[in-house]
Design a protein around this ligand. Structure first.
Ligand code: CIR
Length: 252
């Protein structure tokens, strides 16, 4: 069970961050409202919400997940892959130092938290446009003394590893259909997501609940069939900035 969620309020510049989406930019008020609802839902699951203020000059800083990887033993401060995002991790390091011993990814390594999925003693690390081999290797070395077995996964589409696969508890994964046969995930039970619902892969399993992006009915039906409580959240504004549900918090 997680006890805390670190979140950061989207700032006035939140809609001028990085995005690969070509449609309408999000509506700032709508994006902030979706963020507020997200925080309320996490609080309703018993988490204490640690709210950080927006950081001027860092429009993507509310995607806090990318700045740290936290396990029960250690907090690893990342070196974000997008140069524009480097620096966001500094305030996160000072907050996390109250909860865990700190380690850090160092140059020339780059690593985004969105590329790291930890399930028990397994750590899956995406090699993506944001996370390079040096960053992934450094994280493996940091986690090795705590008996984590690392698996590096080439992310051939989507922004991050967790754009395409997420743990939904136990040995179950919610995974994009095209990855279902990948040997890296052998041994897991897979619930697949079709390409038209790809965004729904970024479902957040937390304190035995599934928080699922609204608007993806086939995935919703499959997740409800697991018997776990499912909570639907609107994410369309956040999605326009390439964000999803996992990236809005650091859970510990
Ligand atoms: C970025 O491109 O870095 C942000 N606009 C979105 C980051 C989303 N992070 C995540 O999924 N972990």
């Amino acid at each position: 069970m997680f006890e805390h969620a670190i979140v950061r309020t989207p700032g006035p510049d939140a809609i001028s961050g990085l995005t690969t989406q070509t449609g309408e930019p999000p509506d700032l008020a709508g994006l902030k409202q979706q963020h507020r609802v997200y925080c309320k839902v996490l609080a309703s699951l018993g988490l204490t919400i640690v709210h950080l203020a927006a950081e001027e000059g860092f429009p993507d800083a509310y995607f806090v997940e990318d700045t740290a990887v936290v396990t029960p033993e250690v907090a690893v401060i990342t070196r974000p892959g997008a140069p524009q995002r480097r620096g966001e991790e500094q305030t996160i390091a000072s907050v996390l130092s109250a909860y865990r011993p700190l380690k850090a990814i160092a140059r020339p390594g780059t690593l985004d938290g969105g590329d790291v999925m930890i399930i028990g003693r397994r750590a899956f690390i995406g090699l993506s446009r944001r996370t390079n081999r040096q960053g992934a290797d450094q994280l493996c070395r940091i986690l090795a003394p705590f008996d984590y077995q690392c698996t590096q996964v080439v992310v051939n589409d989507g922004l991050h590893l967790k754009s395409s696969v997420n743990s939904i508890g136990g040995q179950q994964l919610l995974i994009i259909e095209t990855w279902a046969g990948r040997s890296e995930f052998d041994g897991f039970e897979k619930i697949t997501v079709g390409p038209s619902e790809a965004h729904a892969c970024n479902t957040l399993w937390i304190n035995d609940h599934l928080i699922v992006p609204d608007g993806y009915p086939a995935t919703r039906t499959k997740l409800e069939a697991t018997g776990k409580p499912v909570m639907m959240l609107e994410t369309d504004q956040i999605r326009r900035m390439d964000g999803g549900l996992t990236c809005l918090s650091i859970r510990l």
